[in-house]
Design a protein around this ligand. Sequence first.
Ligand SMILES: Nc1ncnc2c1ncn2[C@@H]1O[C@H](COP(=O)(O)OP(=O)(O)OP(=O)(O)O)[C@@H](O)[C@H]1O
Ligand SMILES: Nc1ncnc2c1ncn2[C@@H]1O[C@H](COP(=O)(O)OP(=O)(O)OP(=O)(O)O)[C@@H](O)[C@H]1O
Length: 590
Amino acid sequence: MDQPEDTDALVRFENITYSYPYSDSRVLSDVNLKLEKGEFVLLAGPSGCGKSTLVRCLNRLVPEISGGKLSGRVIIRGKDLREEKVHKLALEVGMVFQNPETQLFSLTVEDDLAFGPENLGLPGKEILSRVEKSLKAVKLEKLRDHFIFTLSGGEKQRTAIGGNLAMEPEILVLDEPTSDLDPSGTREVLDLLRRLNAEKRITLILIEHKLDEVFELADRMLVMDEGKVILDGKPFDILCREEGKLKKLGIHPPQLIEISRLLGFNCRTSSPPYENILKRLAELLMPSTGELQPESRKEAKPKIPPALCPEESLSHVRIEKLCFRREDGSETLKNVNLDIKYGEFLALLGHNGAGKTTLAGHLMRFHKPSSGRILLNGKNISKYSTAQLSQQIGYLFQNPDSQIFMNSVFEEVRFGLKNLKIPEEEMKKRVNSALEMMELSVYRNRHPQALSRGQRQRLAVASILALEPDLLVLDEPTTGQDRGHIHKFLDKIRELNRLGKTVILISHDMELVAEYAERVIVMKQGEVLLDGPAADVFSSPEELDAAGLIPPLPARLALDLRKQGFDVPGMLTVSELKSFLRAHNVEIRD
Ligand SMILES: Nc1ncnc2c1ncn2[C@@H]1O[C@H](COP(=O)(O)OP(=O)(O)OP(=O)(O)O)[C@@H](O)[C@H]1O
Ligand SMILES: Nc1ncnc2c1ncn2[C@@H]1O[C@H](COP(=O)(O)OP(=O)(O)OP(=O)(O)O)[C@@H](O)[C@H]1O
């Protein structure tokens, strides 16, 4: 029987069930949802649960482009989308995809932002004004004339968001829009979304794995699992009430909620402001640490670019006076000196466009230095080809699609091993174990492009792990992954590191860096700004701020407690904070 039309809801999903072509398994299973105009909805769920597929029903990319079987209806403003044209919907429902490269087609940043409004047939003046507003909103004014192919990952992400903003759509779907952005860029974009939602009442659907920055912005949180919406409510309520269920799905509570709960705050409707958490911590520590101890404050001192180590033989990688000037004359790397020892777990951080990927790419000779040199195992790499280097270095590209090209998941992992001429039996063993490690065994015969983004990312990682290289260079390996998979994967990397592998991790995720990396290098505009143990670097908020970075919450709390005179060590993670409080007999709720 037809349900009566609900004229209030902006969007209705009615009994949506969907399977991809050549597959009987349901990726969406009887989804029923109503979204009101102006709602800010946070959509979470483990990698592969169907989030991207669900939102793609809103502009009929599913099933018009994807193929497959869709039953049920999606209704926007009372209109059944089956009667709408896909190209028209693309203008009404803005969509920022996970991989920005799939939606940038113009030559320059400015052209790309103008593309949508031009297609709407708007007058020239209006187009110009929208482009200007969007450029400003995503802070790309300075790069307006730059060619898209020259942009860094984060700059591309900003362009994709800007392009959608310029269309001023009524509904805007963002599929992990901040995954490639630096922390301050993330805050800016989220602030922009908050304003768009509040001032223009744009309905927002935000898909995110990392909830820390977003949960306070959303009015509503939806959690999916295996093609179904299993939780629907206020973010605070869900995060507090359903912690166990969420953790099982790999959705970890934001640090703010975790710490607030530890300290006995009630977070069912809101979280306490940072100042209140700090105050509570100070109160709790007061009796046990006794009086204030300003003189014992240990100001951590990160090393500023280190002097070159004279003992070359100890270095796994040694970068000496490396400069890289591009054809357009821009200096992307300026006198970089680094000495990386065997078995180090090092994180390379910096704002979008700081030069991290360019530096890492030098190790593989994707770029040739303008001056300076790089030694690998004491040998100048200028003698080696990229193919030779790839036998010693496992290099994970920022975008997994840049390195996936075989026709099945199994073949993809086997490919690199074939090049190493490893015997067939050994090869199979390694492929199977890498697929198992990355929880991809069930997809072994599937085409890689028929995987979700998180699954493709894990496939790229599996291909590298199978090679068992001595040096792993991982350029933002955690994008598109739920926290459960991220921890399993990074635990594995840590295990390899403990067995002696050297790891260079490029990341914008400060929490993960704080948890896993021993040494942190911060780049700013092509130079090394900070280099030292993680605890020291995260105790330098001013320098980090200059590089667009924000220390994780426990590190900020420790720093502020020290400023108040408490003798608190540099703490990087919630578990370190817990141990510290326990050691000081502070009662916490665990
Ligand atoms: N073209 C396709 N053919 C067959 N199966 C597909 C195809 N694309 C995606 N899938 C499968 O559909 C399921 C849902 O994928 P979807 O991309 O919607 O997940 P997701 O929740 O957005 O994941 P992620 O967080 O990793 O992006 C996954 O198990 C994926 O393997
Ligand atoms: N092919 C190119 N031509 C000209 N400039 C380029 C090219 N590739 C990158 N750049 C510029 O070099 C700078 C450094 O880029 P890189 O990708 O190394 O930055 P990143 O620190 O890895 O940034 P992100 O965090 O955004 O990935 C950026 O400003 C970028 O615009």
